[in-house]
Design a protein around this ligand. Structure first.
Ligand code: COA
Ligand code: AMP
Length: 625
């Protein structure tokens, strides 16, 4: 097979041959004869004449090959005290049945289904059921508020929504149904039906459009896999951009299946019959790819974990799961490890478990700080692998390809570009910078299979957001550098996107909410460094002239407003009332300068500043002096 360098070179020398070869690992209804349609840049289409069904590849083909009794999905939920293993045959049957439920409700090929579910196996069942009948799912993370859900409903215009009576956050039961009802009330588009999974922790009152999951399943006729074009959308996944309107990242089925099937053995070193535990949420891309789709595409076993890394019942749950289910590769966000470290700094809970099967820890979702890297490596004594990806890319851009060969680990770097990713660093004028110099991280087009072909119903925003800054390149939105060995260092976002506990959020979206308060004249939200969550948002508001309010009360109103409108996941807990915001002479708020001061990094103050005295006034507030 060759080492990393050979494989990477093969992918750049002849990308089409490389990916057509990779496509042979997929069971096609009509095998593709061409890899790439590049006739309409920057809109590239992979495997344009191929036809397949992703659910067939994830489930039926393994049952047909005699592996029906192998575990496909292990649901492990300490918060509800539940564990259940689904074999491939059981999961196929469950998915086929739910596909029948959707079909009975009139969902057909190309129709959208919004899924708003906690981390229960039914989330994976619903997603795979959509794939089975060629419907397009759009999963919305449970921590988002009704308004965020409503925005996604209006954009995706689903015919059906699948949800549950409740989710469980530590010891708290969060009722989902009132949130869903509120979202439907707020949305202009109304789904024809909603399917509700009743959970015993809190049952929901059902309305006339609500269908009970269990009742519908009991009478459903299983539906078969429908072959679809490789270029048809498999799902839409909304992600935060610079404004309050999220971007509907489209994922096509063919390229995604090929890319994910490739990553399991080559990146994660997980083969058929082995187990991967990805502690994320199905609401994020990592959950889509490495909990729901990639493991079954490779015939592996996936662990779907409902709970936090700490709290209920303790900070040893990840070790318990890894030991009990003989996990080979584990994957989570660095923040989860910082949370564990805080509770159990010496890792004493680890000693209770036999982790002899665990060979790798993969981390992504935010920058992996060297200290967390060191702590996790020392504790586990196995390779701790940072890797970098985005909702848009669908799978890692840069990683240490453990399944091919383990390259030298340089703390602070997710290592090197994976095959298909031509990663470059450009300066503001679009020229490549020298090794060791920071710039905008971009990917030369075309990107490999599995990356986004466009944004849902918005080709124009796709071009504006990603393709227009540097002609012929995809703008990742991350800044960083390459070193002389070709290692990539990702230093952080260059736009108004922040990463809070591995959750991607828009400061622009939070600013829109703060500005909507009747007493607020203008505001800024910046992401500042946080020892646990990596980053947290901080808000700064200037009040309208003549407003005389109790500041404490106003602050709590503003915090509550963001919680109500964006969701608890926004984690905006700190809003300061200030008399002015620092701006350039053209009126642009100096958010980067504010962030630098708050983080204690000396950012040069731009010469275009309008009034330097404003910054002097803000400095102690930003530094919390
Ligand atoms: N449904 C409802 N509410 C949710 C939610 C969900 N699915 N997810 C988070 N929330 C709520 C939390 O309960 C919390 O509410 P609170 O302010 O009332 O306490 C709030 O949103 C913030 O959540 P979070 O940022 O997750 O903080 P936390 O203190 O609850 O947990 C961590 C911190 C680090 C333990 C947790 O964020 C974690 O495990 N992160 C890993 C993230 C991850 O896997 N990311 C995916 C990329 S790989
Ligand atoms: P999301 O689209 O939610 O997966 O978030 C993607 C963003 O998370 C990226 O653009 C980065 O800013 C950040 N990110 C993800 N993985 C890493 C990593 N390994 N190192 C640094 N940043 C990361």
């Amino acid at each position: 097979m060759g080492g990393y360098e050979d494989i990477f070179r093969a992918s750049t020398d002849d990308p089409e041959a490389f990916w057509l070869r990779a496509a042979q690992a997929i069971d096609w209804h009509v095998a593709p004869t061409r890899a790439l349609d590049g006739s309409r840049p920057p809109f590239y289409r992979w495997f344009p004449d191929g036809e397949l069904n992703v659910c067939h590849n994830a489930l039926d083909r393994h049952v047909d090959a005699g592996r029906g009794e192998q575990a496909a999905l292990i649901y492990d939920s300490p918060v509800s005290g539940t564990q259940r293993t689904y074999t491939y045959a059981e999961l196929r049957d469950e998915v086929a049945r739910f596909a029948g439920v959707l079909a009975d409700l009139g969902v057909g090929r190309g129709d959208r289904v919004v899924i708003y579910l906690p981390m229960v196996p039914e989330a994976a069942v619903a997603m795979l059921a959509c794939a089975r009948i060629g419907a397009v799912h759009s999963v919305v993370f449970g921590g988002f508020a009704p308004k965020e859900l409503a925005v996604r409903i209006d954009d995706a215009t689903p015919s059906v929504i699948v949800s549950a009576s409740c989710g469980i956050e530590g010891k708290r039961v969060i009722e989902y149904k009132p949130l869903l009802d509120k979202a439907i009330e707020l949305a202009t588009h109304k789904p024809s039906r909603t399917v509700i999974l009743q959970r015993p922790q809190a049952t929901a009152a059902m309305g006339e459009n609500d269908v009970d999951w269990a009742e519908a399943m009991a009478s459903a006729t299983p539906a078969d896999c429908v072959p679809v074009r490789a270029t048809d959308p498999l799902y839409i996944l909304y992600t935060s951009g610079t404004t309050g309107k999220p971007k509907g990242v489209v994922r096509d089925g063919g390229g995604y299946a090929v890319a994910l099937r490739w990553t399991m053995p080559n990146v994660y070193d997980v083969d058929t019959g082995e187990t991967i535990f990805t502690a994320s949420d199905v609401g994020w891309v990592v959950g889509h790819s490495d909990i729901v789709y990639a493991p079954p595409l490779a015939g592996a076993t996936t662990v779907l974990y409902e709970g936090k890394p700490v709290g209920t019942p303790d900070a040893g749950q990840f070790w318990r799961v890894a030991a009990e289910h003989r996990v080979k590769s584990m994957f989570t966000a660095p923040t989860a490890f910082r949370a564990i470290k805080k509770e159990d700094p010496k890792g004493e809970l680890l000693a209770q478990y036999d982790l002899s099967h665990l060979q790798y820890l993969f981390l992504a979702g935010e920058r992996l700080d060297p200290e967390t890297h060191r702590w996790a490596s020392d504790l586990l004594g196995i390779p701790v692998i940072d890797h970098w990806w985005q909702t848009e890319t669908g799978w890692p851009i840069v990683a240490n390809p453990a399944g091919i060969e383990l390259l030298e680990i340089k703390p602070g770097s997710p290592t090197k570009p994976l095959p298909g990713w031509d990663v470059q660093v450009l300066d503001e004028s679009g020229r490549p910078v020298e090794a060791g110099t920071d710039g905008a991280i971009v990917v030369k087009l075309p990107m490999p299979p599995g990356s986004l072909p466009t944004l849902w119903n918005d080709d124009e925003r796709f071009v504006d957001s990603y393709m227009s800054e540097f002609d012929g390149y995809y703008l990742t939105g991350d800044g960083g550098r390459l070193d002389e060995d070709g290692y990539v260092f990702v230093m952080g976002r260059t736009d108004d996107v922040i990463n809070v506990a591995g959750h991607r959020l828009s400061t622009g979206g939070m600013e829109e909410v703060l500005s909507s308060h009747p007493d607020v004249a203008e505001c800024a939200v910046i992401g500042v460094a946080d020892p646990m969550k990596g980053q947290v948002p901080r808000g700064f508001v200037v009040l309208k002239a003549g407003v005389d309010r109790d500041e404490e009360q106003l602050r709590s109103e503003l915090v509550q407003l963001v919680r109500d409108q964006v969701g608890a996941v926004a984690s905006l807990k700190d809003v300061a009332v200030v008399s002015a915001l620092p701006k350039t002479r053209s009126g642009k708020i100096l958010r980067k300068t504010m962030r630098g001061i708050a983080d204690g990094v000396d950012e040069p103050v731009p010469s275009t500043i309008d009034d330097a005295a404003v910054l002097d006034m803000l400095r102690p507030v930003l530094r919390r002096e």
